[in-house]
Design a protein around this ligand. Structure first.
Ligand code: IPE
Ligand code: IPE
Ligand code: MG
Length: 236
């Protein structure tokens, strides 16, 4: 592997373009989602190979509930199957699995599978896979604000105690590093609510490829692009 590459510690991906990928092949959108799930498995393997520590992927936004019922139902079935199929594989590969988002809107069956997988993998520390599901950056910030307001109301903390560190401890990504690189596939150049707090100094990369076509080569290209970036954090 290339010696000169600068490896990001944390990569986040907005897995976009499943529908367009399918449309371009004359297939239903559902086939795009199934192939997106396959691409995710390739990407996890590639990230591990490149020694990336954390991969966060956006699988379903708080706004995606507004899609046609047929598509939402298909995605819920796909998530449910993924949570079952991946159980042994994640454990075998020592991957810590986290859901970012409000689990309570999912069916009890899916919630149970999410919690089971989180618990079974919580002690792994080599590689973390965060899957953002029913996630929205606004919703996450409102959640944190409510929890902090409640603590102030109960006298557990004072208003003066509120700072960035305390705020971060109320986000779904508590205890994790911010993403170094955020990739959005399919050419759209927006965050659509993804990791709004955490992305303040992330490098952004928008490859013109639909997520179902994403693979190890694309991860390599993304790392090569990241290697060229000069992260200044407001300094000179
Ligand atoms: C991303 O692909 C998957 C989800 C949002 C669930 P899309 O379904 O948004 O695909 P496009 O953007 O319509 O092509
Ligand atoms: C963002 O993609 C959410 C996921 C990839 C899960 P969307 O396809 O929902 O975003 P917009 O509607 O193009 O902004
Ligand atoms: Mg989309």
């Amino acid at each position: 592997m290339d010696q000169e590459l600068k490896i990001p510690e944390h990569i986040a991906i907005i897995m976009d373009g499943n529908g367009r990928w399918a449309k371009s092949k004359g297939l239903p959108r559902s086939v795009g989602h199934t192939n997106g799930a396959k691409a995710l498995q390739r990407v996890v393997e590639a990230c591990k190979k490149y020694n990336i520590k954390t991969l966060t992927v956006f699988a379903f936004s708080t706004e995606n509930w507004g899609r046609p019922k047929e598509e939402v139902d298909f995605l819920m079935n796909l998530f449910s199957r993924y949570l079952t199929n991946q159980f042994d594989k994640l454990i075998e590969n020592k991957i810590k699995f986290n859901v970012l988002g409000d689990k309570s809107r999912f069916s009890p069956e899916i919630q149970e599978k999410m919690i089971k997988l989180e618990n079974a993998t919580k002690d792994f520390n080599e590689f973390t896979l965060n899957v953002a599901m029913n996630y929205g950056g606004h919703a996450e910030i409102v959640k944190a604000t409510k929890e902090i307001a409640q603590e102030v109301k109960e006298g557990k903390i004072a208003v003066e105690d509120i700072n960035e560190e305390l705020f971060e401890n109320h986000l779904y990504t508590k205890g994790q590093s911010a993403p170094d690189l955020i990739i959005r596939t399919s050419g759209e150049q927006r965050l659509s609510g993804f990791l709004l707090w955490q992305s303040s100094y992330s490098e952004l990369y928008f490859p013109k490829i639909h997520f179902p076509d994403f693979d190890e080569e694309q991860i390599k290209l993304a790392i090569e692009e990241y290697t060229k970036r000069d992260r200044r954090y407001g300094k000179v």
